[in-house]
Design a protein around this ligand. Structure first.
Ligand code: F6R
Length: 624
């Protein structure tokens, strides 16, 4: 949440900062701002709302200052108004600060600083930082680096900051504590950003700051220190991915492009994690997950922590692990787990799922699990696995091992292709566990593997045959205020995911229920104005799911069915059918989620909403 950028070099900073912020807008878009140093003074420009409002206010031709910082905000403390936009400055407007995170002790600091004569102009937590740095100068700090260092010692919370000062026009100072910050190294020019896409067009050489580290960027180089002031030697690394991956490539929205990239995500995961030449006669394992043996040894329990869409992938994962590998698996919202973790049980694998690798609650849940299992009997020792799309992210530094979801950069705030990568991770993990434990027959294993291999072309069939139809259907949702999604068994999480997608981008109230629960209350909501979207795929709960759908139809609801292509009765039961290719029930979530994504996308686009940047949301949730 919130994106920060910084630049020091020889080129005009403003355009570099704004182009960096464009790549970070997925982290928040309530307001934006930039600060530069012009002829010994700070020039700070801020605007409420999306970045184009800021862009309209900047006169790029007149300000050629070669140093600056920028920010795009997701409001935590204080309304999304211009006076709360970053950068924030001290009373004399000599220092400017941008921050990503939350300063938890800002109230006490603010009161203390007010008593010392500092004048506050915003409602934000961040504003204490420039005043605090200014106070550190007043108390004797003799360099910008020292003043920032003294200030960060007084801050509690999770934060990443970038600071410039009109009195130190040739340096940019950074600090990182639990929020991402990466330095970009060019020739005679240096960058910083919350995420690499903001700087990759200028340099591929990067140096991520670690927690508890600060950096001083000048035109001569980068110095990294710990908060305690010890110098740290760090070797930069080169990133290999292509910036073209973050363009829309002819699609109207990133979300549409990302929905269409899902067959490729499945193919990449198949190549990465499956020996494609494996046959049941082979004595070798078909899987290439490359997890340490300590993860598997005497494994008795699994617990999964995640948020939002990642939690839904985890719910499918729980189903797969229990069904295939027969290992009891618990799943909990990371935000609940962190304050009420369950009692410790031995030989437990904890899996944190997070596409961004940054979600504060998921990170905290995994860290809690790590620390509470320290100094215990070895069978209680932590075993931590992250399923993530960012192998360079914060969670990867906490866990023992990682499954990369190989989805590529996802820009649309609504997760689609990263969810697909997460599902793939759980297919391979659960099958790998089942194979090792002997809980699956070679014939069944071979059947599922064959099914996995055809999924990419089956997704393509849905995209090719259903998209136009779903686009037309979306018009019937023009006046819809509420919608219900139903699923049973392994497709219950897909009903939840369908409802989440619809609410987050089209602002239609939607709920997902296990079909069998409807009659225990929610059925009272149904009438002709409330459409019901039911997933009824052949398998062990097919008949039950059909009966539950019919109960909804009997209450006058308009009934949409996500059904198997071969289901000839479907057109009699449902008002509209959304067929997907016939598939093993266990693999069906990979297909049933596609019409859900297309529906929510087209309904939001038809309503003229900002599909990629829905209101109040951000791609990366780095605050609690
Ligand atoms: C929904 C969505 C969110 C995220 C959630 C967790 O489309 O994107 O619900 O799934 O914020 O994010 P990660 O996976 O980054 O931990």
């Amino acid at each position: 949440m919130c994106g920060i950028v910084g630049y020091i070099g020889t080129q005009p900073a403003q355009s570099i900062l704004v182009s960096g912020l464009e790549k970070l807008e997925y982290r928040g878009y309530d307001s934006a701002g930039v600060a530069t140093i012009v002829e010994g003074n700070l020039d700070c420009i801020r605007a409420k709302g999306k970045l184009h409002n800021l862009r309209d206010k900047i006169e790029f031709a007149t300000n050629r200052a070669p140093i600056g910082i920028g920010h795009t905000r997701w409001a935590t403390h204080g309304k999304p108004e211009e006076y709360n936009a970053h950068p924030h400055t001290d009373t004399q407007r000599r220092l400017a600060v941008v921050q990503n995170g939350i300063i938890e002790n800002y109230r006490e600091l603010r009161e203390e600083l007010k008593k010392q004569g500092h004048e506050f102009r915003s409602e934000t937590d961040t504003e204490v930082i420039p005043h605090l740095i200014c106070q550190c100068f007043a108390d004797g700090a003799d360099t910008l680096m020292v003043a920032v260092q003294q200030a960060v010692h007084k801050l509690s919370g999770a934060f990443a900051i970038a600071v410039i000062s009109a009195d130190y026009p040739d340096e940019l100072v950074l600090a990182r504590q639990q929020a991402p910050l990466v330095i970009g190294i060019g020739e005679g020019e240096y960058f910083c950003a919350s995420d690499t896409p903001a700087i990759v067009q200028y340099t591929r050489t990067i140096l991520p700051l670690e927690n508890g580290e600060m950096a001083r960027l000048t035109r001569d180089g980068v110095e990294v220190y710990t908060f305690a002031g010890e110098k740290v030697n760090r070797t930069p690394r080169t990133i290999t991915w292509n910036p073209i991956a973050v363009e829309k490539q002819g699609f109207r929205h990133f979300m549409a492009k990302e929905i269409y990239e899902q067959p490729a995500v499945v193919r990449t995961c198949l190549e990465a994690y499956l020996d494609l030449d494996w046959t049941p006669a082979s004595s070798k394992s078909p899987f290439k997950l490359d997890l340490p043996e300590s993860i598997y040894k005497d494994l008795e329990n699994i617990q999964i922590v995640a948020c939002g869409t990642s939690l839904h992938a985890g719910m499918v994962g729980k189903y797969l692990i229990e069904e295939l590998a027969q290992i009891p698996t618990a799943i909990q919202y990371a935000s609940e787990f962190r304050y009420s973790p369950p009692p410790l049980v031995p030989n437990t694998l904890t899996i944190g799922i997070t596409q961004s690798g940054e979600t504060a609650d998921t990170l905290a849940a995994v860290e809690i699990e790590k620390s509470r299992r320290q100094n215990k009997d070895p069978k209680y020792h932590s075993r931590l696995l992250a399923v993530t799309n960012r192998t360079d992210s914060a969670i990867t530094r906490v866990v023992d091992c990682v499954i990369d979801t190989h989805a590529g950069m996802e820009i649309g705030v609504a997760a689609t292709k990263t969810f697909m990568g997460q599902l793939m991770a759980f297919y391979f993990l659960s099958l790998d566990l089942a194979h090792r434990r002997g809980t699956i027959t070679p014939a069944r294993l071979s059947e599922i593997i064959t099914g996995l291999k055809v999924l990419p072309s089956q997704i393509e069939v849905i995209l090719e045959t259903q998209e136009k139809y779903i686009e037309e259907l979306s018009h019937s949702f023009l006046d819809t205020h509420d919608a219900i999604f139903l699923g049973r068994g392994i497709n219950f999480p897909i009903a939840l995911e369908g409802a989440l997608k619809l609410k987050e981008i089209s602002y239609i109230h939607a709920e997902g229920y296990p079909s069998g629960e409807m009659k225990h209350g929610p059925i009272a909501l149904l009438d002709a104005k409330v459409p019901v979207i039911a997933i009824t795929m052949p398998g062990k709960v097919y008949e039950k799911a059909i009966s539950n759908a019919q109960e909804a139809k009997a209450r006058d609801s308009h009934l949409y069915g996500v059904v198997a292509a071969s289901d000839k009765d479907a057109t009699e039961i449902f008002d509209k059918v959304l067929p997907v290719p016939d598939v093993d029930e266990l693999l069906s979530p990979v297909l049933t989620v596609i019409p859900m994504q297309l529906m929510s996308y087209h309904i939001a686009a038809m309503r003229g909403l900002d599909v990629d940047q829905p209101r109040n949301l951000a791609k990366s949730v780095t605050v609690e």
